[in-house]
Design a protein around this ligand. Structure first.
Ligand SMILES: *[C@@H]1O[C@H](CO)[C@@H](O)[C@H](O)[C@H]1NC(C)=O
Length: 202
């Protein structure tokens, strides 16, 4: 379950403790992460470089102002699921995980989601949904390609102890089904306007 802890999360909370920074994120279902992301792509990592700034140049990205070291991963984008009609050639992230930086392996194909910064560059953080493409379930692959978008009007609500209140327009993400819902279910809006988990792949 360690990959889930690392990847299925969202909001980064910054904690400043005697100069040390730690990254922590609230758990998010990948569909919720998809719906909230500005960009979702499939890409292979082909290079990695520290970002070197010229004098007076500003750090690219919308990172927390405390982040001063950034890594640029060169990528070869092979698919776009969400975002502007352009091919991204690189993604930017903080240089260490304590600052919510992601660590991507060279030569590996990933699902990457993130936000556009002020320079229209793609920024990714530990709190975004990213995974090795080969580790994604069939439901997740179908989800980013098509299904997740169909449920973006629905709310996915964490439920850690029964009973949880539920409205018609939400899907409950219960702890005891967490991994299963994470990998194998999509929250779909039905024709009557209500929302429900769906686990079909076909
Ligand atoms: C990363 O992989 C690419 C090929 O996919 C290769 O050309 C490049 O030299 C590698 N870079 C590093 C830092 O290993």
């Amino acid at each position: 379950m360690s990959w889930t802890v690392k990847t299925f999360v969202l909001l980064c909370l910054w904690q400043l403790q005697e100069g040390a920074q730690a990254c922590s994120c609230f758990p998010r279902h990948p569909q919720e992460a998809f719906c909230q992301a500005e960009v979702v792509i499939k890409a292979t990592v082909v290079g990695k470089a520290d970002v070197v700034l010229n004098t007076g140049e500003k750090m690219p990205g919308i990172f927390n102002p405390g982040v001063s070291n950034v890594i640029k991963y060169d990528i070869k984008q092979t698919e776009a699921f969400k975002g502007p009609e352009k091919l991204f050639g690189s993604v930017y992230t903080a240089s260490n995980s304590a600052a919510c930086g992601v660590n991507l392996a060279n030569g590996t194909e990933y699902l990457i989601s993130g936000r556009l910064d002020n320079n229209a560059l793609l920024d990714v953080s530990l709190c975004d949904f990213f995974m090795r493409w080969e580790d994604m379930s069939a439901t997740q692959k179908r989800g980013v390609a098509q299904r997740y978008q169909m449920g973006c009007d629905c709310k996915i609500t964490r439920c850690s102890s029964i009973p949880c209140g539920s409205s018609r327009a939400e899907c409950l993400w219960t702890d005891f089904l967490m991994g299963n819902l994470f990998r194998h279910f999509t929250c779909i809006k039905k024709s009557d306007g209500s929302c429900a988990w769906y686990n079909g792949v076909a």
